[in-house]
Design a protein around this ligand. Structure first.
Ligand code: SF4
Length: 355
């Protein structure tokens, strides 16, 4: 890791980027909150020449979790169910409230490190109904799947809100004003799914794609490889994170995903419905589906605060500082939109490190 952080390597990569880019303009998109963290935390945008722009796509799982799903979790908590969730999800504003507010009013909302903790809680408290609010991308969905194949107790169920990254990347190709020149694909999602799900991007859209890790040099090498593909007019999926990502991904995790879920169209907060971008429990595991078990009923709800610009930040059309609430009415301690809550949220990262 020390080698990877050698400043000489960073300088070399930046020089290579400048040489390959020349005077042409390029706009690249990453789809990962951790990439945004690396880029902003280490000031990589300030190292890049002005003709290279890197925007953040919908890569923060907390930000794109639909307000409706959050309201469903709140509904369950208000009915006396113990709702277990990842820590940053509980502070995200839903349509009317948040899990944190429900907890403050007396509902049992527990922060857990993962679904296995919720499973353990169910086994230790047979008289209580325990629901794990399962959010996140392909990095977290295998662990959620592992709970239901382990024959969990009857008082355990899942409120599944998992989403898939490759369909969101395809959507970004169609956000016309961007006219993207390439994708930096997320390293940890790729560790699970491998390289094949991205093949459609160069094949169908001539969109250069590079899987990158999370050190500054990883991101810069991703940009170098994107520019090389463009200069060579040879569009493909390159992998500069081979210390973690294999072509086939993680076969055990992929088998678990196939066994437990089916792929359906799903809502993304601030974006709307993306075809074949969500997971739900298949027929064999439907008995653990909290939506069916508790017949959740939610009326119409607002996806976002009307003042909030998260719908534009999430697709990279607006930088956080261009939202009029940024740093004033919206801060990490008093978030108005989902992008200001999670450590993977673009607004949160810009607030903490963007200066
Ligand atoms: S600053 Fe707050 S309100 Fe504005 S886009 Fe970001 S999260 Fe949404």
């Amino acid at each position: 890791m020390e080698d990877l952080r050698d400043p000489k390597l960073v300088s070399k990569a930046v020089e290579k980027i400048k040489a390959l880019a020349g005077k042409d303009k390029f706009k690249f998109c990453h789809v990962c909150g951790t990439h945004e963290y690396t880029i902003t935390r280490y000031g990589l945008r300030s190292l890049l020449p002005e003709n290279i722009e890197v925007i953040a796509g919908p890569g923060c799982p907390v930000c794109i979790t639909p307000a409706r799903d959050i309201e469903e979790a709140i509904y369950l908590a208000e009915q006396g169910v113990v709702v277990c969730s990842f820590g940053d999800v509980i502070r995200v504003p839903g349509g009317n409230s948040s899990l944190a507010e429900a907890k403050a009013k007396g509902a049992e909302v527990r922060v857990v490190y993962g679904p296995i903790d919720a499973l353990r809680m169910a086994a230790e408290n047979p008289s209580k109904d325990i629901v794990f609010f399962a959010t996140g991308f392909e990095t977290t969905s295998p662990t959620t799947a592992a709970t239901v194949v382990s024959n969990p107790p009857e008082n355990f169920s899942l409120l599944v809100s998992h989403r898939l990254i490759p369909p969101a990347m395809e959507l970004m190709v169609g956000v016309g004003e961007h006219r993207l020149d390439g994708f930096i694909a997320p390293g940890h999602v790729s560790t699970i799914i491998g390289t094949e799900p991205y093949e459609i991007l160069p094949r169908a859209y001539q969109m250069p794609t590079v899987i990158a890790g999370f050190e500054p040099i990883d991101v810069l090498m991703g940009i170098v490889m994107l520019l090389k593909q463009i200069r060579e007019k040879d569009y493909r999926v390159d992998n500069v994170y081979s210390r973690s990502v294999r072509k086939e991904g993680n076969p055990k995790a992929r088998a678990l995903l196939d066994k437990v879920y089916r792929v359906v169209s799903g809502e993304w907060r601030g974006i709307g419905r993306i075809p074949f971008s969500a997971l739900e429990l298949n027929e064999n595991f439907r008995r653990y589906d909290a939506r069916e078990k508790y017949e959740i009923e939610i009326g119409d709800i607002m996806d976002l605060d009307p003042q909030c610009s998260c719908h534009l930040v999430i697709i990279g059309r607006l930088y956080p500082k261009d939202c009029k609430l940024f740093g004033k009415a919206c801060t990490p301690s008093r978030p108005r939109g989902p992008c200001m809550v999670s450590i993977e949220g673009t607004c949160y990262i810009a607030y903490r490190y963007g200066g």
